[in-house]
Design a protein around this ligand. Structure first.
Ligand code: AMP
Length: 343
């Protein structure tokens, strides 16, 4: 974040109110990041935004802070809705809203699949200010949960918008757009500007300000990238060799299939490594459990499929290994400190 900061600007210069300045201070955010410095003043002026920003750029703060400021000005339940393509990212976003809003009594509800809908409905009955969710589960609640509506919504945020606009989510997003007012602010954050993002820009944004906080496909300066070109039959062997060599490090290993995550984790465990798999085939509680064990340092090797690869904010990862060639190279390396691609 340090290298990413906007020189010379403080959070106060961006026009944030005292309570939110205190919130940034509590988070130990000393200076706004580039995306925050560029996005927040426009957002506070009431503009729609398209932010091109990588994970780790502080983009959550870039949309959460102006939303919270606006909420302070005119408090109401169901004020903002943030959509994310993955459950883990949704939870992470809600945690940031809650942390930033702790001093001002902000209530959040997380609506993601894989967990009990009833508990989520109970949370909705408490009339939270901010809803963070994955599209499918939000549609479920909008259609089936009595008393829940987003008719008075003021802000819609699509995080990881390039992925949300994939076919996978198209129907749900279209449904959601029918349930919410056209008169609202819309923020769209994406790592890439695909033609789909451009399409949605026409559909729901009004004169958006486009902010680019990082050049396309860039990686952080400290990232060392290497690849290892070896016969496929030796891949496992090389993986173990590299992990042995880097045994004191925290590593993430990405595979193409869920089965491979389980297989590699089992193999590495048998060899004495503290490895844990995470994939879409696991229950939501297991996925979160795996992530928490990795974040807490109980396991130092997380082996995941795409489900774990987008937008995760894990404080320190020393090495990332793409065990299979990533389907989307541009996205995969952005949050890495080191990439080793084994082909
Ligand atoms: P994000 O890109 O929103 O996922 O944020 C990545 C990480 O950066 C999170 O752990 C945030 O708490 C942290 N962060 C966000 N804004 C700042 C800031 N201005 N200064 C320091 N850390 C920040």
């Amino acid at each position: 974040m340090e290298g990413d900061r906007e020189e010379g600007k403080s959070f106060k210069d961006l026009g944030l109110c005292e309570q939110l300045l205190e919130a940034c201070d509590r988070m130990n955010w000393k200076y706004p990041s580039k995306i925050q410095a560029e996005a927040i003043p426009h957002a506070l002026e009431g503009k729609d935004l398209i932010g091109l920003a990588l994970t780790g750029s502080g983009k959550t703060g870039a949309f959460a802070l102006p939303i919270l400021q606006s909420l302070l000005d005119s408090p109401q339940p169901f004020f903002a809705c943030v959509l994310s393509p993955t459950r883990e990212l949704a939870i992470q976003i809600a945690e940031q809203f809650e942390a930033l809003g702790a001093g001002i009594g902000v209530k959040c509800a997380v609506l993601v699949g894989g967990v009990d809908m009833v508990q989520q409905s109970i949370n909705l009955a408490k009339r939270p200010h901010i809803i963070v969710g994955t599209p499918g589960r939000l549609v479920d609640h909008l259609s089936n949960t009595k008393g829940f509506s987003l008719r008075t919504l003021k802000y819609l945020v699509l995080d990881e918008a390039d992925r949300l606009l994939n076919e996978e989510f198209e129907k749900s997003i279209d449904e959601i757009l029918k349930f919410i007012p056209r008169e609202r602010r819309t923020y769209l954050f994406s790592a890439t500007m695909t033609s789909k993002v451009k399409k949605l820009q026409r559909a729901c944004l009004r004169n958006p300000v486009k902010i680019e906080a990082a050049s396309k496909y860039s990686t952080v300066d400290t990232l060392k990238q290497q690849y290892c070109f070896i016969p496929a039959k030796y891949k496992e062997c090389y993986l173990v060799y590299i992990l042995n060599e880097m045994s004191g490090c925290t590593s993430m290993v990405f595979t193409r299939t869920c089965d491979a995550t389980r297989f590699l984790a089992l193999m590495l465990r048998h060899l004495g490594h503290r490895a844990i798999p995470i994939s879409g085939k696991m229950s939501q509680s297991k996925r979160l459990g795996a992530l928490n064990q990795f974040k807490a340092g109980e396991c130092n090797i997380l082996i995941g499929t795409d489900v774990a690869s987008r937008g995760l904010d894990i404080a320190s990862v020393d090495m990332v290994i793409n065990y299979d060639i990533p389907t989307n190279v541009k996205l995969r390396s952005w949050f890495c400190v080191a990439v080793l691609s084994i082909t």
